[in-house]
Design a protein around this ligand. Structure first.
Ligand SMILES: [Zn+2]
Length: 274
């Protein structure tokens, strides 16, 4: 699933193409991606709407229109793109949502397995949605103290807390693994047992890694593509994720992998992360 750097990349790529445009018509191939809105209400709302901005919250892309927001939560195989019209047959297949813009181009949400979701929120719906998500790690209000306080509040494994969208926004499995390795913290350690000093280091490393990943246009290990259809390049900078069984870059110890912390793969160094 795309995480903060991948969605941020898509948003930065597409924003200039969408800002200020008007949507002429919209169509939807399947209803099963909709949450809390009917096909009819969504398509009616999009038709004629002006796009104020494209932004990001956590791992979601937000298409802001005059009066409502379309929240795109891409699943494993979901992607947002702006294409020239007419679409090729290949582009048309798996295009779940299509919105034709007033410059003739088409905003497409494509999703092969349709594991993603679309929300169509008014102001109150937006407040409820954004209120359930934790602070954005790249905003100035997210300080080392903020992170330490969040960690203090849970006895769950620190990796689980980092990936909990209600605690910290946008961090998923790739960047949780990488940040914990960089900060030399055992991913299974109870969050509340992480010292203020370690939390400060984790804060610094998390931000450094997210920013580096954005500079590299995200991590492509499988499906993810940028807003311009290219692969990201941060997969070449990963130090633990997808490197189980390889030597630790710091000490040479064989990196271990486990599914014991959460359902996802955790890769770590026994020796460096204590
Ligand atoms: Zn090591």
């Amino acid at each position: 699933m795309p995480e903060l750097p991948e969605v941020e990349t898509i948003v930065r790529d597409l924003r200039p193409l969408l800002r200020g445009r008007r949507i002429l018509t919209a169509s939807l191939s399947h209803d099963d991606v909709l949450r809390g809105v009917s096909r009819r209400a969504l398509l009616r709302g999009l038709a004629g709407a002006r796009v104020r901005d494209l932004s990001r919250r956590a791992k979601h892309a937000i298409l802001e229109t005059d009066n409502r927001r379309l929240v795109v939560q891409p699943g494993m195989t979901g992607s947002l793109m702006v294409l020239d019209s007419p679409l090729t047959p290949e582009q048309r297949s798996y295009a779940v949502l299509r919105a034709t813009l007033d410059d003739g181009r088409v905003l497409v949400y494509r999703d092969v397995r349709r594991l993603g979701t679309l929300l169509w929120l008014d102001a109150a719906g937006w407040d409820a949605y954004t209120g359930t998500i934790g602070p954005e790690p790249l905003e100035p209000a997210f300080t080392p103290k903020t992170l330490h306080t969040i960690l203090q509040g849970s006895r769950a494994a620190v990796k689980k807390v980092l990936m909990d969208q209600g605690a910290v926004a946008g961090v998923g499995n790739i960047y949780a693994n990488e940040a914990l390795f960089a900060a030399r913290i055992d991913p299974s350690k109870p969050a509340s047992a992480v010292s203020a000093g370690s939390a400060r280091l984790l804060h610094r490393e998390l931000i450094r890694i997210l920013q580096a990943a954005i500079r590299s246009k995200g991590t492509t290990v499988r499906d993810y593509r940028t807003g311009t259809g290219r692969k990201g390049a941060f997969q070449f900078e990963l130090l633990v994720y997808e490197r189980e069984g390889e030597p630790c870059v710091r000490c040479g110890t064989t990196l271990a992998g486990t599914h014991a912390i959460d359902a996802r793969i955790t890769v770590f160094c026994h020796r460096c992360q204590t």
